[in-house]
Design a protein around this ligand. Sequence first.
Ligand code: AMP
Length: 306
Amino acid sequence: MGVLVVGSVALDSVQTPFGAVENVLGGSASYFSTAASFFTEVSLVGVVGDDFPSEAIALFREREINIDGLEQVPGRTFRWRGQYRYDLNEAITLETQLNVFESFRPKLPLAYQESPYVFLANIDPELQLDVLNQVKRPKLVACDTMNFWIQGKLEALKAVLQRVDLLTINEGEARQLAQEPNIVKAAHRILDMGPKVLIVKRGEYGALMFSDSTMFFAPAYPLETVYDPTGAGDSFAGGFMGYLANVDAVSEESMRQAIIMGSTMASFNVESFSLERLRTLTYPEIRERFRAFRSLVTFADLPETT
Ligand code: AMP
């Protein structure tokens, strides 16, 4: 089994109301892989520059993430600078430097091509397509994207959407992509663009999963300590895809469990900056919080008569 991911591996500079960090490990593929590595084998495709710190490579190795597909080339690593105000649901991008991603063309190692579960994390949709063209018959292909690509590469993004089974996207970006303010209508418009399943991420308000005929809601875990929401979406996707690959089943039931696992991993991730919380996480802690999610939303039915 296992999951293949292509996405950004970044040096992030982030400011939240609770602190600031400069040039720390980030990127969609880094958060995704670390979260997924608790459940399954992960193969990472991406690129970094010669300024990429060896401690970050060490973290991938600690989590036993396969980085044969992570190229290191001359130049500067992708950089993202962002800010959150008191509304932690909205990331404000201050600067995006593509750097080595500008001339990157992924070449999948042979062993990666048979991966049954594929996640096209947030990155240039043309690179997402390059990866799709190199994998053989995956069981499930999911992807993520953001406003930067909806604005800048809409045609390539639409080509990706026609070829994926599932899309995860933030609520505001779902509205932007569908050009529709009502989220239920927007969801159905996006499903018409290709994916069979859509997961709309709503930050501290949880996530909604839509298919043509079903709807499911998962809350976010109410936490007292939220330091940095960066990577919440990607660690959500890592928990979701990692869990599906672990049980090796794609059904409404397994996807509902997987959404709770995604929400579980995201809830840990936001407790500290960069990958610090995921790095020290243990499986018993994951199981305990997964169960806490269950009790958060379990309630008795009404009696037959009142
Ligand atoms: P999220 O899970 O949505 O909070 O994603 C946060 C990560 O996305 C950060 O670590 C950034 O490095 C990365 N990121 C930000 N902008 C982009 C972009 N345009 N393409 C790829 N990755 C990005």
